[in-house]
Design a protein around this ligand. Structure first.
Ligand SMILES: [Zn+2]
Length: 78
């Protein structure tokens, strides 16, 4: 009985991890297609889609001290 409970728990964890990976992959795929990037700050993984901004910056304030990206599609050619 105990063993089967552990098996169920392990399976649940396994699938949770798979789902998390799939989510991440799907998000990245979507981002890249939209011309976006992932935040470079460790442990963030926030997706950033450039709009009309010259600089592409993560929305999280704690990430803004990390180097951000220049937008190559900027109208100013920056
Ligand atoms: Zn970030």
């Amino acid at each position: 009985m105990r063993d089967s409970l552990y098996t169920v728990l392990n399976m649940a964890i396994h699938w949770a991890v798979q789902y998390e990976r799939y989510q991440r992959f799907a998000t990245e795929e979507f981002l890249l297609r939209e011309g976006g990037v992932m935040c470079p700050a460790p442990g963030c993984g926030e997706g950033i889609v450039p709009e009309d901004t010259r600089r592409i910056q993560c929305v999280r304030p704690e990430c803004q001290r990390y180097p951000q990206f220049e937008n190559p599609d900027s109208p100013d050619g920056f």
